[in-house]
Ligand binder design. Sequence first.
Ligand code: SIN
Ligand code: CO
Length: 388
Amino acid sequence: MNPDTPLQLLGGLTPREFLRDYWQKKPLLVRQAIPGFESPITPDELAGLSLEEEVESRLVIEHGARPWELRRGPFDEDTFRHLPERDWTLLVQAVDQFVPEVAELFESFKFLPKWRIDDVMISYAAPGGGVGPHYDNYDVFLLQGYGRRRWQIGQMCSSASPLLDHPDLKILAEFDTTDEWVLEPGDMLYLPPLLAHCGTAEDDCMTYSVGFRAPSAAEVLTHFTDFLGQFLPEEERYSDPDVQPASDPNQIQRDALERLKALLDRHMGDERLLMTWFGQFMTEPRYPELVTGIDIGEEELLDTLEGGAVIIRNPSARLAWSEVGEDLVLFASGQSRVLSAGLRELLKLICSADALHIDNLGQWLADDEGRTLIWELVKQGSLGFANE
Ligand code: SIN
Ligand code: CO
């Protein structure tokens, strides 16, 4: 993708301009970001998904059992028969994992790292429906899929912003509208993190949220230090061979702090371990139970591929690759594998190709390291046979 080619998706901005001026900074409304966009799934199909055990869904009913009643799926058909005429929303998470045509939307966002993308959530709202004014901690592209929705944007918020007293939902107690638009199918609104927003269905409508993810500083520190701890021997401890005679034995001297800082710097600055941890963390699947492999021998896999079988990425898997020193590392659904530099093109192929088969894998199947990698990914479940 050329970062200097203007994109319709970004209202004629180039990816470079969008990232410089809007990404994580300010909202952008794009009329007809995807001209003539037609939702690949209907409201009925979305409701159908929310009946499934493995699908994460919520209903928000503004005038329900309590104001802004939240119900969690899976639902049953009866639920939908008894909903009010208006003012409710159904939200279904990670539809990209269940509907391949929805996952195709990611193609349009290739100017951003894939590992930053969380999922495509789709909401269906009856007229007047919405989830109330709120802010999110993540960037989001809100693509109107069907019907019309009014979006209002407001102030920048923080965890100190006052909220309504609600056990489940973080609805802002104050909302200062600064702008508003009615979005039609194909229109898109980009919102940076922390910006207050409120979407209200004008008529029954569907909105696609391409959501991003970023670990909190607290997550980075707690998870990385846990990971690091596994590699540190018991005998490596705070040590002070240079300690001076104590003037007051009850005082913790400044030099103790210096020794601690040196200990932290020694390990926190280990780039190899930091990259390994980060790649594993960022590729952890949202639903690990949907990343299950198959028991197959390496020879059997090879025979099957030679017989014309096609392998695809599991839509619930996450993959990324990186350079670590002289080596390459493939991160697949929370695991990492160090690989030799010669496998670069194979890693790119595995992470990006629509399908893997004898034609594009050919040479790699003759390479011991390459063949074993594909086999391990099939056994782990990040890759799977297309017709399964
Ligand atoms: C919605 O689609 O109703 C909610 C999306 C959002 O505001 O994040
Ligand atoms: Co939101």
